[in-house]
Design a protein around this ligand. Structure first.
Ligand SMILES: Cc1cc2nc3c(=O)[nH]c(=O)nc-3n(C[C@H](O)[C@H](O)[C@H](O)COP(=O)(O)O)c2cc1C
Length: 370
């Protein structure tokens, strides 16, 4: 099934593999596309993955989350982003722009020393940073920024946008009772916590139109006490489906969650597909396509997930950092498993000049480091 084509919302994917959004640290300091980024996407697109989702692109400078991330916060970025889409299209690929605001997980260092903004002033225990509560005016400003970003993505010829609604960034922090303790239109109960995402979605539709595919990456589980659990997330997904969302990707966790989003040491098939149970729950109740991401390494597990109806599409991040051509290798040479050992050294963002596989550069000798 993995190499069967898949159609949804006017997109025709040549297989069921999706490159899940992966920050590359390859934009320039201002967030423009660089030659290095183009070369990397060239390799990814030529490598045969059905759909590429870019690393997160910031919709507003107050949401800068990491250095050298892509940006889409002004018209100035459209032409630069168009180079990226054209490069992928020339290779026969499809590409979606992930649009994001870092919210409480934006480091003050990247905000000129100012505290980051969030729905509520809830300390991030992993960094000790307490964000400041957003005003109503700021909330509407960011909602508009998401809409403008989606319109720019359409103008830059992306095939879709994906709202980053996972991992504790701004959208996710509005949805979660752990990080949203407001008692107004934007918080207080499940319905009110959903308002921010609802307005973001409507703003995207108003700006980018009804036929432009809009996807979302959601936490199926925040993986911390007082956060969202799969049944809560399913209700969010059902609301999004009713609004008209085109596809939902499942992930989980926030930076401070004790169980990690990007789990290390995935060496056995049983450790792969670590959100598959949530995938099964979502697939049982939803009609929109479900992308499952997290730990998939071997073709047998991916096929099993598809066969058991735990997902329609398989998302992968780390294996494609190491081997951008993995899908093609699986198809053409029958390769059964990616070489990624989940050592997570590709995530040492402050130390490395760009995101790359350090184990591969060390000659693949560091199995114990995983
Ligand atoms: C280096 C790196 C950068 C990432 N950047 C993003 C990102 O920009 N947006 C996002 O939603 N997830 C991001 N992720 C998370 C992945 O998309 C994915 O959810 C996670 O790595 C689990 O999938 P995997 O086991 O296939 O790596 C990143 C992961 C890594 C390793």
């Amino acid at each position: 099934m993995l190499f069967e084509s898949f159609m949804f919302s006017g997109l025709e994917l040549k297989n069921r593999l999706v490159r899940s959004a992966t920050y590359e640290k390859r934009a320039d300091e201002d967030g423009f596309v660089t030659e290095g980024l183009l070369e990397f996407y060239d390799e990814l697109a030529a490598g045969g993955v059905g759909l590429i989702i870019t690393g997160f692109a910031m919709v507003h400078p107050s949401g800068r989350a990491v250095p050298k991330m892509l940006s889409v916060h002004s018209e100035r970025y459209v032409e630069s982003l168009r180079q990226l889409t054209r490069r992928v299209h020339e290779r026969g690929g499809l590409i979606a722009l992930q649009i994001a605001h870092g919210g409480r997980q934006s480091p003050p260092l990247l905000l000129g020393g100012a505290p980051p903004m969030a729905p509520s002033a809830v300390i991030d225990t992993s960094t000790g940073v307490t964000p400041r509560e957003m005003t109503g005016e700021e909330i509407w400003q960011i909602i508009d920024a998401f809409g403008d970003a989606a319109r720019r993505a359409r103008d830059a010829e992306f095939d879709a946008v994906q709202i980053h609604g996972a991992h504790g960034y701004l959208v996710s922090s509005f949805l979660s009772p752990h990080t949203n303790t407001r008692d107004d239109y934007w918080g207080g109960d499940e319905e009110r916590r959903f308002h921010f995402l609802e307005e973001v979605y409507e703003s995207i539709r108003e700006n980018a139109g009804d036929s432009f595919p809009v996807l979302i990456k959601l936490n199926g589980d925040d993986l911390l006490p007082g956060g969202l659990h799969p049944e809560d997330s399913l209700r969010i997904a059902l609301r999004l489906q009713a609004l008209g969302i085109d596809g939902i990707e499942i992930s989980g966790g926030m930076r401070e969650s004790p169980i990690k989003t990007i789990r290390p040491k995935i060496l056995k098939p049983a450790e792969e597909a670590y959100f598959r149970e949530t995938g099964g729950l979502f697939k049982k109740h939803l009609q929109v396509p479900v992308i499952l991401t997290g730990g998939m390494r071997s073709r047998a597990v991916m096929e099993d997930v598809l066969r058991k109806k735990e997902a329609d599409l398989i998302g992968m991040s780390r294996p494609l950092i190491r081997e951008p051509g993995l899908p093609g290798k699986m198809l053409q040479t029958g390769k059964e498993k990616g070489d990624c050992i989940s050592c997570n050294r590709c995530m040492n963002f402050l130390r490395i000049d760009r995101v790359k596989c350090l184990d591969l550069l060390a000659g693949g000798k560091d199995k114990k480091a995983s």
